[in-house]
Design a protein around this ligand. Structure first.
Ligand code: FAD
Length: 302
């Protein structure tokens, strides 16, 4: 089956927050050519379309969204390996390894593969539950690194179904949790520049990053990671929220994590409305205390 369509599919099944009402048509797509066909069909017929990867940076409203949500999936892990065995993997004289990766591939799978192959560069992605396409779009990362450090080119299908190969640094200009991907464009693959290392070394780095995350982040509950962008490089939103004594504050089942103030967790049956109320509360308190306007890092779908 190349494409899977589900009518009135609750998006809570596809977001890491486990929150979100239904979409008219949820379409899981595996092959870029099918993405291109769907994009041009929607454009011709004026149908609204949204792209989803791992659903890990999304807050979807309780009423859901209209039109189509297209979720890009890497067919099977096998297909990813087949692709890399054929034409996706190249070794450069300078010691770099270039690998082309499907946009729907889970970053977790990419990291496991890097560990097995002994390729270094993607370790910073450990614990970020994204797909490659979503990570490219958000320039996902941490203080240890971001997609801009490792991605060379991205293959994008635009809203008319046309393919483009873009230079990530020059054309997409990745910045803090943002990259310029042409409007409604779907990232169907990306090439990564990795370094040859050793499996044990890469594994150790991934493990230590995961350990640190477990200590600092409330990973036992559904969430979308950090809710707000840091207002400045040396000023974290978490610090400001903590200073407002908001840790642990709850509305319904939505809670400002007691472990990490910039995370809102879903303690069971939280609704988008409850999360949005917490977001508004945080913004007001931080503004009243510090005169700073916090901006959401997560994306809100109405
Ligand atoms: P989604 O959430 O599905 O979508 C996010 C955006 O990308 C949307 O605009 C969507 O339309 C677009 N998009 C998705 N796929 C594609 C595609 N193929 N082509 C074009 N556009 C696409 N983020 C960090 O940066 N650093 C962290 O350390 C971090 N830690 C996290 C920890 C947890 C536990 C969680 C739940 C989230 C965390 N996040 C973090 C947030 C999130 O994982 C990232 O923003 C990630 O890049 C989102 O990828 P996704 O595939 O889930 O995209």
């Amino acid at each position: 089956q190349r494409v899977r369509c589900l009518q009135r599919e609750p998006l809570s099944r596809h977001t890491t927050f486990r929150i979100g009402g239904p979409v008219d048509l949820f379409v899981e797509v595996f092959y870029p050519d099918d993405v291109a066909k769907i994009m041009s069909f929607c454009k011709t017929n004026g149908l609204p379309i949204k792209i989803m990867g791992g659903g890990s940076n999304l807050l979807v409203s309780d009423g859901g969204v209209r039109g189509l949500v297209v979720k890009l999936e890497a067919a099977k892990v096998d297909d990813f390996f087949r692709e890399t065995a054929n034409d996706g993997l190249a070794y450069r004289d300078d010691g770099n390894v270039i690998v082309r990766v499907h946009g729907g591939l889970k970053t977790k799978t990419l990291i496991s593969w890097c560990v097995r192959m002994g390729f270094s560069g993607c370790e910073f992605l450990a614990g970020i539950p994204a797909t490659v396409g979503g990570a490219v779009k958000m320039n996902a990362g941490t203080q240890r690194g971001c997609m801009g450090d490792v991605v060379e080119t991205v293959e994008v299908i635009d809203s008319e179904g046309k393919y483009h190969v873009l230079d990530y640094m020059k054309d997409c200009r990745p910045s803090y949790r943002h990259a310029d991907i042409p409007e409604s464009g779907v990232v169907v693959s990306a090439t990564f520049r990795l370094l040859r290392s050793r499996p044990d070394k890469v594994r150790l780095k991934v493990k230590s990053i995961m350990k640190e995350r477990l200590e600092k982040q409330p990973l036992g509950y559904p969430s979308a990671g950090c809710v707000f962008r840091n207002p400045a490089q040396n000023l974290s939103a978490g610090y400001l929220i903590d200073k407002c004594a908001l840790k642990g504050v709850r509305i319904g089942d939505a809670e400002i994590s007691a472990k990490h103030a910039n995370w809102i967790i879903n303690r069971g049956r939280a609704t988008a409305k409850e999360v949005l109320s917490l977001i508004e509360m945080v913004k007001k308190r931080v503004f009243d205390e510090f005169g700073l306007v916090l901006q959401e890092e997560l994306e809100i779908w109405h």
